[in-house]
Design a binder for this molecule. Structure first.
Ligand code: TGC
Ligand code: FAD
Length: 401
């Protein structure tokens, strides 16, 4: 995928990127190959994230990479950030998840909706990897429909009392700060009216009444920590509420950032699988010749190469729209949905090409395929993104209610 993989860059996509963007991508990709890949099998089996690598990730400048340097961030282009995600997910979707949650779902809302005090307190620490954050939107009873959330923040003297629970939260147990979305005030019985009261709260580790529990035995995204968050009369001071956004558009704006990164990231997972499958098909012989010479295997390799080129072109254009400040949620939905779907198809085809070896952790392709099951579901399921696009092109909402 970097200059060293030019044989797969059939459309000369490299020419679309600036020198700086290519240098950033190569630096992250080299790091993934040298530092992350030797550790991933052990962590995937154990169901742990390699926290020992967080300082090195920070050194690479990947946390909140598009945010301004005055907050300790790299201030790179959205295209460069996309390429960072691509390089990280070449390694593992859980690695990209860690970075995209910290960047798009924690640092972005603090930057976009926080006070200057909140920015100065959290952004440099999060950029340096000295603090870890998570994003609590999904609840046990409300996944695709976050507007139905039940978590409540009741105004009290000096702040709010938070009650409720969040489900499936990446980095939940690991976090020093959770960006938690809750409705303010009592339940009026009108979901639409109540969702306009949604606010973001910075819930800090150790606040009395705040606890977490880790999901164990996941079959996907095993090298990523996923948790439930519980709030029982947690007092959150007024100073910990994000002052500059109200309503569902707050959390949904954050999802735009993370979905953009996922669209790029998925192409990285797909690229790993294509490169691995090509290598294996060239080395593995049956019936007296390399399996790469059989038409059925070439069909799979050709499909993989085609979809990955298309996916990158979508992302490149999306990056330009984002840099111009004109990108729309529907445009992001197209790339998130289709790139993840196609990456999962690539990973599955790579697994088939590997035959029995494909089920082994050491081949890495089934790890990617399993990971992409989560990626297809989180940040808006495949179905939800079809409906977002459906609404954009028909003008008719097919969501319930
Ligand atoms: P709807 O009535 O359409 O909109 C409510 C308000 O929000 C605005 N809005 C957006 N604003 C910014 N960006 C977007 N993408 C937006 N989409 C909508 C909208 O304009 C409106 O604003 P206003 O001012 O008029 O009030 O809302 P709805 O209740 O009908 O729901 C729409 C729907 C279903 C598309 C949305 O809720 C959705 O996207 N559902 C999927 C939920 C989801 O993606 N959850 C992700 C949780 S986080 C996660 O998965 C992290 S994975 C982490 C990892 O990488 O490890
Ligand atoms: P549901 O919403 O219950 O959907 C179930 C099925 O119904 C799906 O197939 C869906 O497509 C379909 N469906 C739902 N509504 C409709 C409709 N209107 N029309 C047609 N079909 C529909 N959330 C966070 O807030 N923060 C995180 O950090 C986070 N990390 C995650 C990490 C992992 C590993 C996973 C798996 C999830 C994570 N999530 C996180 C939650 C994720 O965003 C939700 O799982 C996702 O939004 C879907 O919600 P759900 O699982 O409740 O599925």
């Amino acid at each position: 995928m970097a200059a060293s993989h030019n044989a797969l860059d059939l459309y000369k996509l490299d020419e679309l990127f600036s020198d700086e963007e290519r240098i950033i991508r190569s630096a992250v990709l080299d790091w993934v190959k040298e530092r992350f890949m030797p550790l991933i099998e052990e962590h995937y089996e154990a169901g742990t994230f390699p926290l020992e690598l967080v300082p090195e990730l920070a050194e690479l400048g990947v946390f909140g990479a598009t945010l301004p340097e005055q907050y300790g961030c790299a201030g790179v282009s959205h295209t460069a950030y996309g390429l960072i995600n691509q390089a990280l997910e070449y390694g593992d979707s859980g690695l990209r998840s860690f970075v995209s949650v910290q960047s798009g779902l924690v640092m972005y809302p603090i930057y976009a909706f926080g006070s200057e005090e909140q920015r100065m307190k959290w952004l440099p620490e999060l950029a340096a990897g000295r603090r870890i954050g998570c994003f609590g939107l999904t609840e046990p009873n409300h996944g695709s429909n976050p507007g139905g959330m039940e978590t409540r923040a009741m105004p009290v003297d000096g702040g709010y009392l938070l009650n409720g629970a969040k489900a499936w939260i990446t980095n939940g147990c690991l976090s020093d700060v959770a960006v938690v979305w809750a409705k303010v005030g009592p339940d009026s019985g009108d979901q639409s009216a109540d969702s306009k009261t949604i606010r973001g709260f910075l819930v800090e580790k150790g606040m009395p009444g705040f606890s977490t529990a880790e999901y164990k035995k996941k079959l996907s995204l095993r090298a990523s920590v996923t948790s439930e968050l519980y709030f029982k009369d947690v007092f959150v001071p007024e100073a910990n509420m994000l002052p500059n956004v109200q309503g569902l558009k707050g959390p949904l704006s954050c999802l735009n950032q993370a979905r953009y990164g996922i669209a790029w990231g998925a192409t990285g997972a797909g690229m790993y699988c294509l490169e691995a499958a090509l290598r294996y098909a060239g080395e593995r012989s049956q019936f007296g010749r390399p399996i790469a010479g059989f038409q059925l295997q070439q069909l799979k390799l050709s499909q993989m190469a085609t979809e990955l080129l298309k996916g990158q072109l979508l992302c490149w254009r999306l990056g330009k729209l984002k840099e111009a400040g004109t990108v729309t949620p529907a445009q992001i939905s197209i790339a998130k949905r289709d790139n993840v779907y196609q990456a999962r198809e690539c990973a599955r085809m790579a697994r088939e090409i590997y035959g029995a070896m494909g089920i082994m952790l050491e081949s890495h392709v089934m790890r990617h395929s399993n990971n992409l099951e989560s990626v297809l579901t989180y940040e808006g399921t495949h179905d939800v993104h079809h409906l977002i696009l459906g609404e954009a092109i028909t003008g008719l909402s097919a969501f319930g209610g």
